[in-house]
Write a protein that binds this ligand. Structure first.
Ligand code: FES
Ligand code: FES
Length: 159
């Protein structure tokens, strides 16, 4: 089967991999690089489970060909925590009960991170808009919104 060699920058590490050219970014992250924190669910851009940050923007990685992600900075959920230390957004999700089955969580956290990087003091409406592409069938969203607002407050206090 035809293979292409591509170079990806993921979580600050350079990976050179041979892939079939039609592989999507989520497939290469999970199956080739072993970064299984990013989830694949609908595989058609509807659920947000596969959200990663590409050049600062949240992106559904099931809609992007891996070869088109070359030359960009890709951040996945694995790149957020520092060794054993969780990112403040992850801590807030735990503290506020925003995780039930957890399947949506990595994508939610990445959407939240992209929002707070760009807008450190969002309103509730802005938070809801930022996660509107991330479906959660368990939590009813309120605890997720609370977590993101709490993280924003914490980051503001630190600033
Ligand atoms: S798996 Fe990509 S949006 Fe659902
Ligand atoms: S916690 Fe189960 S889908 Fe969100």
């Amino acid at each position: 089967m035809k293979q292409e060699e591509i170079v990806l920058e993921v979580n600050g590490t350079t990976y050179k991999v041979s892939i079939e050219p039609w592989k999507t970014l989520v497939e290469v992250l999970r199956e080739t690089l072993g970064l299984t924190g990013t989830k694949k669910s609908c595989n058609e851009g509807e659920c947000g489970a596969c959200t990663v940050i590409v050049d600062g923007k949240p992106v559904a990685s099931c809609l992007v060909l891996a070869m088109d992600a070359q030359g960009k900075e890709i951040l996945t959920i694995e790149g957020l925590s520092e060794r054993e230390k969780l990112h403040p957004i992850q801590e807030a999700f735990l503290k506020h009960g925003a995780i039930q089955c957890g399947f949506c969580t990595p994508g939610m956290v990445m959407s939240a991170k992209a929002l707070l990087d760009e807008n450190p003091k969002p309103t509730v409406a802005e938070v809801r808009k930022a996660i509107s592409g991330n479906l959660c069938r368990c939590t009813g969203y309120q605890h997720i919104v609370d977590s993101i607002m709490a993280t924003s407050g914490m980051m503001n206090r630190k600033a």
